[in-house]
Every structure is written in structure tokens, then in C-alpha cells.
Write a protein that binds this ligand. Structure first.
Ligand SMILES: NC(=O)c1ccc[n+]([C@@H]2O[C@H](COP(=O)([O-])OP(=O)(O)OC[C@H]3O[C@@H](n4cnc5c(N)ncnc54)[C@H](OP(=O)(O)O)[C@@H]3O)[C@@H](O)[C@H]2O)c1
Length: 285
């Protein structure tokens, strides 16, 4: 037991699941979330039996603000502090869809739910002597900018744009949060896990998924979920990144993200919009 508590969203598959297994081996106390409770409970049982760790699964749809609020309340009741928050859950959708709150589903899943969760848990993170927040972004953010007028416009929906913008939102949020927390003990970093043979894109059918895998396979850059989780595990546990904040990592190395991701005005717009949708206009960090 290393006595540190880590919350991982999207822990039932791919990168999140491999991250959970690696952190169980390191003795972290784990809180795992996703929507599939069958997969969640099976994983928790496996981790408890194999690695003798304290682990629990809390079923949550991260795209639902109500469910995120419930998750944060359950956690606050049970845990005195959180040491690591890995905002990992993610999805992409071929067609325009809305969350239960009426928000475009890619934005709601990949950005908004995690923004809300992070702010709801910030006091628990502040209780740790060296908390780390890790946002799983993607190289898909490159070349994108957030079209604030059209986030909710079904007429202009394009899957790659929506996914890329949500992943840019992950990086803008990372840098904005790191700036706000600069005087605290909390570090905030983003990462690109690389091209990973996970279930990402499976919800859009076999063709979409095969194209995703094939793209990285042809480039000879396809990673296993375990390899894809390596940067998340590194940022969670390595002493080499203690105190490092507001950075973007790829294959365990610091890297520049896109020029658009350093736009502080866009970050402020995104922050204010997210606060407004979450009904948290009065929230200060
Ligand atoms: N695979 C890649 O090549 C790649 C590349 C760059 C970045 N990424 C990023 O890596 C992260 C992990 O993706 P992955 O590749 O491991 O995909 P994955 O195998 O599809 O896993 C996604 C995880 O997120 C959960 N999830 C999806 N929608 C959710 C929702 N609405 N509420 C709660 N949980 C939800 C899924 O569980 P349930 O279905 O049970 O909810 C699953 O545990 C994502 O943020 C993705 O954008 C992946």
C-alpha cells in the first residue's frame, strides 16, 4: 500500500483499464468509474484478488452533470482526500448526439463532465500534500480551434472536428487550471497517449474502429493499451514530475502542444462557458 488515492474515469477499457492495473500493482487505493457496471465490478474484483488493493467501482455517466455531482458526493462522504485524479474517459461519435443535459455529446463527455468533476473535487485534492491532476488529451487537438458559436450546432457537426475540439478543450483546461493552482500543491498536466489499440470508436461500428487502428498500424505506431497507459502511470507516480505543472506529455516526455492550446483568451472563454453550463458561476478555485 502506498496509501495514495487515485480516481480514474473511463477505467473499464483500454488505456484507463491498463492504468488501473498498473496503479494497483503500485499499491494505490483506486476509485474507478465508467458506465458499465459489469465490467467495473469484474475489474475491481480482479484487482482486489490479484493485488490485494483497496478498490471500488462507482457507475457514472461522465456526460451527465447530475451523475457527476452524485459521484463527487459519494466520494466526499467516503474519502478524506484525493491524491490523483485521472480524467481519462473519452469517446467520439459519427453523428450529432446530445447529452441528457442537451449538450453536444463529445464536448459533454470529453470536456464538460471532467471540468465539473475536477472543480467539485478540488477541495479533496487540496487536502493532499502533492495532488496530481492528469487530463488525457490527444494529438487530435492539433490544428483545431474551438468554435464557440457552434459547439451545439447540429448543422455543422463533423466527427473529427468535434473530437479534436474536445481534446483541445482538455489542453486549454489543463493550462488554465495549472495557472489558477500555481500557488497550491496541486499539479495539472495533459498527455497524448499515442495511437492505442483500444475500444475507442467501436461505438461507431467496425469500419470506423478499423480505420482508427489501421491508421496507426500503417505508420507502425500502434500501441497496446498497456503502452498507451505508460504516460498516465508516469505522470501519476514518477518522482521525476513532482512539481511539474501546466505541461503536455507524449511517451513520457514533455512536448509542445498546438499553438491554439496556449491561447489564454480561448481558455478563459472555455472556462466561463463551462462554469455557466455547470451552474457554477460563483465557483472560485
Ligand atoms: N485509443 C487511442 O488511440 C487514443 C488516442 C488519443 C487519445 N485517446 C484518449 O484516451 C482516453 C481513453 O480512451 P481509450 O482509447 O482507452 O478508449 P476505450 O477503450 O473506448 O475506453 C474508454 C473508456 O471511457 C469510458 N467512457 C466512455 N464514455 C463514457 C461516459 N459517457 N461516461 C463514463 N465513462 C465513459 C468507457 O467505459 P464505459 O463504456 O463503460 O462507460 C471506457 O472505460 C480517451 O480520452 C481518448 O480520447 C485515445
Amino acid at each position: 500500500m502506498n496509501n495514495k488515492t487515485c480516481l480514474i474515469t473511463g477505467a473499464t477499457s483500454g488505456i484507463g483499464k491498463s492504468t488501473a492495473i498498473a496503479l494497483a500493482k503500485l499499491g494505490f487505493i483506486l476509485i474507478l468509474t465508467a458506465r458499465s457496471d459489469d465490467k467495473g465490478f469484474e475489474l475491481v474484483n480482479k484487482l482486489q484478488k490479484k493485488y490485494k488493493v483497496q478498490a471500488e467501482f462507482i457507475k457514472t455517466d461522465i456526460s451527465s452533470l447530475k451523475e457527476v455531482k452524485q459521484l463527487s458526493e459519494q466520494i466526499k462522504q467516503k474519502y478524506g482526500r484525493i491524491d490523483v485524479l485521472i480524467n481519462n474517459a473519452g469517446s467520439r461519435f459519427a453523428d450529432y448526439k446530445k447529452s441528457v443535459d442537451g449538450i453536444e455529446l463529445t464536448f459533454a463527455t470529453n470536456h464538460l463532465g471532467h471540468f465539473y468533476l475536477t472543480l467539485l473535487l478540488i477541495d479533496l485534492l487540496k487536502k493532499s500534500s502533492s495532488a496530481r491532476i492528469i487530463n488525457v488529451s490527444s494529438s487530435a487537438h492539433l490544428g483545431k480551434s474551438i468554435d464557440f458559436e457552434n459547439i451545439a450546432n447540429p448543422k455543422n457537426y463533423e466527427r473529427r472536428e468535434a473530437y479534436g475540439q474536445s481534446k483541445l478543450a482538455n489542453v486549454l483546461f489543463t493550462y488554465a487550471l495549472a495557472r489558477q493552482l500555481i500557488k497550491s500543491e496541486i499539479t495539472v498536466n495533459a498527455l497524448d497517449p499515442g495511437g492505442v489499440a483500444s475500444n475507442l470508436g467501436r461505438n461507431d461500428g467496425l469500419i470506423s474502429w478499423t480505420k482508427h487502428i489501421g491508421y496507426y498500424l500503417v505508420k507502425r505506431e500502434l500501441l497496446t493499451p498497456k503502452q498507451g497507459a505508460a504516460t498516465s502511470v508516469y505522470l501519476t507516480s514518477s518522482p521525476k514530475v513532482a512539481g511539474v505543472t501546466g505541461k503536455y506529455f507524449y511517451l513520457k516526455k514533455e512536448k509542445k502542444s498546438s499553438p491554439e492550446s496556449y491561447d489564454e483568451e480561448a481558455a478563459k472563454k472555455l472556462w466561463d462557458l463551462s462554469l455557466k453550463i455547470c451552474g457554477m458561476e460563483d465557483q472560485t478555485i
